[in-house]
Design a protein around this ligand. Structure first.
Ligand SMILES: [Zn+2]
Length: 345
């Protein structure tokens, strides 16, 4: 990624939750979570249950818009909205297309809402992929799924010729189930987090490292090189500023090994193109001339100025060309008001 000064291909966010774009400023839980499972129960599982298709649409548009402004042209999204499952992946895919961002969508199947909920999630993956959508089969995490659901999801991925996109061994609660599932992974699976995966096992698939999210949830450090897998970077729903995620991946690794070169996390950033190769053809012009590891590692605040996707200029001097930025932000803010009111109720 050093070809011309200040110009690179589009960056890839290998694990996002576009549904979380509206979460900023959401009402705090009655009691502050102290453990990872409580963070899920009191924040994310409360939020995802309140989503409807309109909120999902504006959340995805806001997330895609902000991705573009950070030079990210391709998002591997992982979605959950247990009370608005059917059609949700198409809403996200359309929202991204309207902004001009490439998307790979999956629905995170789970038994948290009973076997009917799991079936509805499986069916949404099948419907979207069978209709020609670009995506994978999503699983929330092994510890929230029955054995039957995990088998059905893996079988569906095989049948449809795509990989599985799943959170693995993020907290201790998923160490056992997550590791058991990871042992069944195939080359095209995306294993997200992997913090509690054991050393010394050759897992198939690609590890998605999400340093900011892992620090935010105090779940520990994945230390990706120890797993001997291909590594890519994701934000886990906290925006799509991949240069920022690269910087965090660098300093987090540096904290345990000061000899770490930024070229190592830079290779993880570039690994995203193996997941979404078309992003290599996108052209991002930055507001900084040297987009290479040793410069970017120590230069916060680098932003995209212009972005061309499939020959179309979708960002012009920091402004999206296919949508009205003010309108997207206003509609997203309205959707957030509705969402927060529902959370408060
Ligand atoms: Zn995630």
């Amino acid at each position: 990624m050093t070809e011309a000064a200040g110009v690179t291909p589009g960056l890839v966010c290998a694990h996002h939750h576009l549904y979380s774009s509206l979460a900023r400023g959401m009402p705090a839980p009655d009691e502050s979570p102290r453990r990872f499972l409580q963070i899920l129960e009191r924040v994310w599982w409360r939020l995802d249950a309140a989503l409807d298709l309109d909120m999902i649409e504006w959340s995805a548009k806001l997330g895609a818009l902000e991705a573009l402004q950070a030079g990210c042209t391709a998002i591997v999204d992982h979605h959950e909205s247990p009370n608005a499952i059917e059609g949700s992946l198409s809403v996200i895919a359309r929202a991204c297309a309207e902004i001009g961002v490439r998307a790979n969508c999956s629905y995170g199947v789970t038994d948290r809402h009973g076997p009917e909920g799991a079936l509805a999630g499986l069916e949404e993956n099948r419907r979207f992929l069978a209709e020609g959508g670009i995506g994978m089969v999503g699983i929330h995490a092994a510890f929230t799924c029955s054995g039957d659901t995990l088998e059905a999801a893996a079988g569906m991925a095989d049948e449809l010729g795509v990989g599985v996109h799943v959170h693995v061994a993020e907290g201790f609660v998923d160490a056992g189930p997550g590791t058991a599932l990871a042992r069944k992974a195939k080359d095209d699976w995306l294993l997200v987090h992997g913090i509690n995966l054991p050393d010394g096992v050759d897992f198939n698939g690609t590890l998605v490292h999400t340093p900011r999210s892992n620090m935010n949830n105090a779940v520990g450090y994945a230390d990706p090189p120890r797993l001997n897998m291909p590594v890519v970077l994701g934000t886990d729903g906290i925006g799509a500023d991949m240069l920022e995620e690269f910087r965090l991946a660098f300093v987090r690794r540096r904290e345990i090994d000061v000899t770490t070169s930024p070229e190592e996390p830079w290779a993880w950033l570039e690994g995203g193109w193996n997941l979404m190769p078309a992003a290599r053809n996108d052209v991002v012009t930055w507001n900084y001339p040297s987009i290479e590891p040793w410069h970017v590692a120590y230069t916060p605040g680098v932003r995209a100025r212009n972005v061309v996707v499939e020959g179309t200029k979708v960002l012009d001097e920091g402004r999206p060309t296919m949508v009205d930025e003010a309108e997207v932000r206003a509609k997203a803010a309205e959707a957030a008001v509705r969402l927060f009111a529902k959370l408060d109720a």
